[in-house]
Design a protein around this ligand. Structure first.
Ligand code: G3H
Length: 545
């Protein structure tokens, strides 16, 4: 009864798909990367179809994008052995390699990746339905962040390339790798958030297993050869599959670092399947329910523009999306009127169309889930306040604004990760503070007010609830040099260009009493370049990627 023919009509006919964006050659990824070799797979394959339906003969058909291996538990065990061999108790080629040599490998890989940009971007668009311009931005942002990470590493290296003397002890303190790392990114930023952990992990000397996300995995196909060619065997292993594959990798006990962006439940299951969970360092980006508070003193034009972008960019599928809007009751009508006006101008369509903002949702069962959330809110007294809200067609879900939302409703607590916008009216901001304090999430929030006193009164309690308070602005991760993290159940560890290098390494030092004899030994080691760790020379500046 929610199906809307107008939405179905937005799906393309076969011949509507512009030639330059059409899928001509499905990607048949029949091998995975292990130990520096592409291993052919003759077991079950996962078929990948685009969430974009195509109208054919009065019906909605699918677009076949390709397939990749559905690896089994044996492959998981083999991956753990491969990454363990590359680590070789910290004595492998990669963890002991000079920084300059590691940087060269990463830069060679980046050049190869840049050469495949259009292919990767196109696959991303078809696999996850992200608007094409945003796919391109994701790709370019990733390349920029690799370059920034290399620069941050060289800076870190320069700062560590000297001896310190304290209390008669002479020491050199550097950051050393932690060990075999498992990197798993999310579907909404499949390339960027996988490489945001993979590249710093590698640069710090950790060999890695990469498991691409369940949606957005074919786009790793064009990266397989570059990974294989640019890194020593076993340093980058790329495997495809589900928990059947991942379980044995963690149960092996080989993994030292889990870098995962996804749900808390999945993170807990992985952590507890490690035989020695305390040996597993976890760098996690988990759920979030970022609130906005729009006070009586907000600039409404600005607040609405930011809240629309904040809640509905990529159809609300950002961990940083605004997922609960608290609006002062005196300004509620004005806020809703402006918000729904802005929505009516927001284009829905295919991801290759210029300016399109709302695209089909790639997660199976997602529109049903969003309908359930909306029904529950309506049952508890909310209304859909925008025309066309609450309707879906195929994988499209029309943005749906709900008001008044209360804490009796599921949408108040659950992370919708889609185009549903709950508005909670308030009279006394202390009730809002109490709700935010009671939430199990703590990533970011946005405050909208033009009154400095009011802002200050909110900033102070809120900085101990979340890790970024955005003033008169949506929530976001960037710029990528800023720390990105969360409190409570939202994150573990901090990601940013600089912080990630620290996450994937541990401070380690070589120390000696500052006697003449020891000083002579230390000087001889450094003068003759006998150690990669103990050296007073920063690695030479490498060429650009
Ligand atoms: O999905 C979570 C992303 O880290 C959000 O990043 O704020 O740049 O969209 P963004």
């Amino acid at each position: 009864m929610h199906t809307n023919q107008d939405l179905l009509a937005l799906l393309p006919l076969e011949h509507d798909i512009p030639e330059e964006h059409a899928v001509t050659d499905p990607v048949e990824q029949r091998a995975y990367l292990l130990d520096g070799r592409m291993i052919p797979w003759d077991g079950p394959m996962q078929r990948v179809e685009s969430p974009i339906g195509v109208r054919r003969d009065g019906d909605i058909g699918s677009v076949y994008l390709g397939s990749c291996p559905q690896l089994d538990a044996d492959a998981g065990r083999a991956a753990a052995e491969a990454v363990g061999r590359a680590w070789n108790n910290g004595m492998g080629q990669w963890p002991t390699m000079s920084l300059a040599a590691r940087i060269e490998c990463v830069e060679a890989f980046t050049r190869r990746m840049v050469a495949r940009r259009e292919e990767i971007v196109r696959l991303m668009m078809w696999e996850i339905c992200k608007p094409l311009a945003e796919c391109r931005t994701e790709f370019d942002r990733t390349v920029d962040s690799v370059r920034d990470t290399v620069n941050a590493l060289m800076e870190l290296d320069r700062a560590s390339s000297r001896f310190v003397t304290e209390g008669g002890i002479r020491a050199q303190i550097r950051r050393a790798p932690l060990g075999p790392t498992l990197c798993m990114g999310p579907y909404n930023y499949p390339l960027n958030e996988t490489l945001a952990t993979l590249i710093p992990a590698l640069l710090m000397g950790n060999p890695v297993i990469v498991k691409p996300p369940r949606l957005g995995k074919l786009l790793f196909g064009p990266l397989m050869e570059p990974f294989c060619d640019c890194f020593p065997p076993g340093v980058v292993n790329v495997v495809f599959g589900n928990r059947t594959l991942i379980g044995p990798i963690l149960e092996s006990g080989v993994i030292s670092v889990l870098a995962f962006i996804g749900s808390s439940d999945a993170a807990n299951a992985m952590r507890t399947s490690h035989p020695h969970p305390n040996q597993l360092r976890c760098i996690l980006g988990l759920g979030a329910k970022n609130p906005a508070i729009v006070t009586k003193h907000a600039d409404m034009e600005l607040a609405v523009a930011e809240c629309v972008a904040g809640s509905l960019s990529f159809s609300g599928q950002r961990c940083t999306a605004l997922k609960l809007l608290f609006v002062h009751e005196d300004r509620l009508d004005e806020f809703i009127a402006r918000f729904t006006d802005a929505l009516s101008a927001m284009p829905l369509g295919m991801p290759w169309e210029d300016g399109v903002r709302i695209t089909p949702l790639p997660e199976p069962g997602k529109t049903d889930y969003l309908h359930d959330l909306v029904e529950d809110a309506l049952d508890h007294g909310a209304r859909i306040v925008n025309p066309g809200g609450g309707l879906s067609g195929g994988n499209f879900f029309r943005p749906t604004v709900l008001s008044p939302v209360s804490d009796a409703m599921r949408v108040f607590h659950e992370e919708q990760f889609g185009p549903v916008v709950p508005i909670v009216p308030f009279a006394d901001v202390r009730t809002v503070i109490d709700h935010i304090a009671a939430s199990r999430f703590g990533q970011q929030m946005s405050l909208f007010s033009d009154d400095p006193g009011e802002l200050a009164r909110l900033i102070d309690p809120m900085v101990n609830q979340v890790c970024r308070v955005n003033l008169n602005c949506l929530c976001q991760r960037g710029p990528d040099t800023f720390p990105f993290t969360g409190r409570k159940d939202s994150a573990e560890g901090t990601l940013s260009v600089g912080d990630a290098l620290r996450c994937f390494s541990i401070r380690t030092l070589v120390a000696a009493k500052g006697t003449a004899r020891n000083n002579a030994l230390l000087d001889a080691i450094t003068r003759d370049h006998r150690s990669n760790f103990l050296t007073t020379e920063a690695d030479p500046s490498p060429g650009g990627a």
